[in-house]
Ligand binder design. Sequence first.
Ligand SMILES: Cc1cc2nc3c(=O)[nH]c(=O)nc-3n(C[C@H](O)[C@H](O)[C@H](O)COP(=O)(O)OP(=O)(O)OC[C@H]3O[C@@H](n4cnc5c(N)ncnc54)[C@H](O)[C@@H]3O)c2cc1C
Length: 486
Amino acid sequence: MGAKAPDTTILEPSKEIPVIRETDVLVVGGGPGGVASAVAAARSGAKVVLLERYGHLGGMATGGLVNAIPNLANLNGEQGIAGICQEIIDRLLAKNGAQVPKKASWGTSDKKVVDFYLDANYSFFYLRKHAVDGSFRVVYSCLADPELLKNELNQMVLEAGVDLFLHSWGARPIMEGNTVKGMFFESKSGRKAVLAKVVIDSTGDGDVFAAAGADYDATIRPGLRISNLAMSCWIANVDIAKRNAFRAAQPERYAELLNKATGGQFSRSLDRRAVVSGNRESEDLFFTDIVPNHDGVLTLQPHIPCKDQTDVEEMTRIDVDTRKMLVDTWDFCRKHVPGFERSWIMLTAPQLGTTGGKRVVGEYTCSEHDLTADRVFEDTIAVFPNNDTGRLACQHRDLCIPYRALVPRGIEGLLVACRGFSSTEFINNLWNLIPHCLCLGQAAGTAAAMAVDASCRVRDVDYKTLQAKLKDQNVILPCPAEGTGH
Ligand SMILES: Cc1cc2nc3c(=O)[nH]c(=O)nc-3n(C[C@H](O)[C@H](O)[C@H](O)COP(=O)(O)OP(=O)(O)OC[C@H]3O[C@@H](n4cnc5c(N)ncnc54)[C@H](O)[C@@H]3O)c2cc1C
């Protein structure tokens, strides 16, 4: 236990801060939402500054070693997510830095493909059990190489003409009344300011909208995926064939060893993966990396329940605890599990994995009812395939997201394009992933550039023109005729 916080405050002296850029659009945070926002805004003709606190782009998708980009098509194999997300995948494939199922397999039960993903323990991302007929269906998902992804994201941002600032921590929004006018940020060069006509909060954690005074909801029921902090790690030089042979020959013994290796310390979400019964449908503790040439690499990813994923003391405790768990688990496997003898820990994620947090209260809050009512909005800006709600996935194939879910209520000059979009915990838990945030970013960046061009408020952007522009950018949207209103 650390020292008790003294119950006092201290006044920070005020000082003049240099304004280093005046721009059209300022994007704070360079994760999936931020990169797509910045690229889309710049390609739409806006002057764009992107601030990222770390030395690489990609957020959890790179620094969190979270490299699955899942659920790009529904269970029938119909693609729902394309646009910048597809562009990123195409760029990675061109460098042999991604694994995707062939298009002919999307939505099928092709045994060879199903077995490939089951063996690698990637059923969670690439397979769904059809709730009606019980068969496995192959899902169009992608596993990406995070190092190549970092480079591709840099290149995409620079090719679009974005003014990129890495190592730059967005500290406080610059406010005029209820309008966001820019951001103070901290770096090794000291405190600076960027002024902007539109700011996009892509911090994932909602740092900008919370400090700007927007209403938000931070309630997350314990047990939901988004209630955890997590730490990913890669174990290299595992003899996968030897491990697989042992797992196949002695499944109970393998399961027993994995449970011993974790010492019962992992949360429920990881315990679920630890139960290996000999039934090949069960999930393993480890994911076998299937990115081309990542031979002999396993991923381990403990999830730890957490009350507040932005509480620095809790983050510190969990960072220290998970690192120890990872080393202890690996060490046990090295000593006792065939195949691990010459393995080593190649990398632990540079960023602690934040899964959920503050969700802004927007002009519209996406909820379960939108899914069950198959609601298509007049201002739909993204379609998310529904692969995760069991039987509901067959009945309600897609979730539509309205532009208004990115527009904070009561605050001007700000859009939210990250996992903090306006949504209930049910929706956020299933649809705040990498591809979804890329979609939100592409829409927010395009809309921000439109608002600048038309000198209008972001909330007054013309939906129909926005949708037409997004379709021109290869974003998949429903036909206008399908619109069923608000
Ligand atoms: C362990 C784990 C496993 C997951 N598994 C998957 C998976 O397999 N597939 C999937 O699609 N999703 C997965 N997710 C979820 C997914 O990674 C995130 O929901 C997604 O990355 C959110 O994107 P984002 O842009 O909203 O936020 P983030 O990815 O968190 O990016 C936010 C960015 O903003 C930067 N930033 C934050 N605050 C500031 C600031 N004040 N100033 C400047 N920069 C700032 C951060 O450094 C980061 O680069 C997982 C998440 C975790 C933690």
